[in-house]
Design a protein around this ligand. Structure first.
Ligand SMILES: Nc1ncnc2c1ncn2[C@@H]1O[C@H](COP(=O)(O)OP(=O)(O)OP(=O)(O)O)[C@@H](O)[C@H]1O
Ligand SMILES: [Mg+2]
Length: 273
């Protein structure tokens, strides 16, 4: 059964989408079958995967349509394929901003994503969820539906605060038996590292506060990422031998090993291949 991995921070612009995208693609390169799920109405992940401009693209079947359908819907009907048979995605668009109003008639709307995922879990090794920069019902949906939570932060005070807020929400979710006591905070990823005192301070603080949960190495700041995201390309295509590409490949591998070890310890089968 596929594992659901959510990428989160309450702060915007810290590298959540870049990390979710780059890590999912790296796992697909090792033969894992990946479903990307865009849970952000900005639809950045959708445009990275579809290579179309989200402003001109009219999606007929988005994650919001699945949410409107409710717990009896099957996410399979909302999956879009890419040219890579190992990579599928469920798109988002601006309509997702109406999530709270659109789902008000469904009871227990924190559980909607969990129910919707039931129909696709067996088709993938990993379902990667890119979350919005906010603590709202959508973020709770992601936490309730996930097996693993990855917190992403750039190395500055505001991002760190956003991270701490997410840790508090995580603690709330795992201590509430109606939410998700088995959710595991599997790691922290530090992004956009540059050599200065502020970055060095928060990199050390992250390791002091969260120790081995910090995934090595930090992702360095690079204009190549900006170039890749601006043109909806992956860093592996735009800069295959670059240093930030190397950082993401190492982080992807380390995160995968961590998840596989956790699954082995929980007595579960490893994903195929
Ligand atoms: N390592 C990096 N070096 C340089 N720029 C980066 C790096 N990682 C991300 N960026 C840039 O920072 C911006 C924000 O990245 P991204 O969209 O991944 O963040 P996010 O947390 O998903 O943002 P949001 O909260 O708005 O969804 C993008 O323009 C991206 O190109
Ligand atoms: Mg994003």
């Amino acid at each position: 059964m596929g594992k659901v991995v959510s990428f989160m921070n309450n702060k915007g612009g810290v590298g959540k989408t870049t990390s979710a995208h780059s890590i999912g693609l790296a796992w697909a390169k090792t033969g894992k079958k990946i479903l990307f799920l865009d849970l952000d109405s900005q639809a950045n992940l959708t445009s990275m995967l579809s290579e179309t401009d989200p402003l001109s693209q009219e999606w007929e079947q988005t994650i919001e349509d699945a949410f409107i359908m409710g717990p009896d819907g099957n996410l399979k009907d909302f999956v879009h394929h890419t040219s890579n048979p190992l990579i599928d995605f469920v798109p988002a668009d601006l309509d997702l901003a109406n999530f709270e109003q659109d789902t008000v008639r469904h009871r227990l709307s924190e559980l909607l994503l969990l129910d919707l995922l039931e129909g696709v879990r067996d088709d993938y090794d990993f379902i990667i969820v890119d979350c919005p920069p906010a603590i709202q019902k959508l973020s709770y949906n992601a936490m309730v539906a996930s097996d693993y939570l990855v917190l992403v932060s750039s190395l500055d005070g505001k991002s760190y605060k956003g991270l701490q807020m997410m840790v508090n929400v995580y603690n709330e979710v795992v201590t509430n038996k109606r939410l998700n006591p088995s959710l595991k905070l599997i790691g922290f990823i530090a992004t956009m590292y540059q050599r200065d005192k502020v970055n060095q301070y928060f990199w050390e603080l992250l390791q002091k506060d969260f120790g081995p949960l910090v995934i090595q190495p930090y992702i360095r700041k690079s204009t190549m990422i900006n170039r890749a995201t601006s043109f909806d390309m992956s860093i592996y295509d735009i800069d295959p031998k670059g240093r930030v590409t190397e950082d993401y490949l190492r982080v992807s591998q380390n995160l995968l090993v961590r998840i596989m070890d956790d699954m082995a310890h929980s007595g579960e089968e490893r994903p195929s291949k």
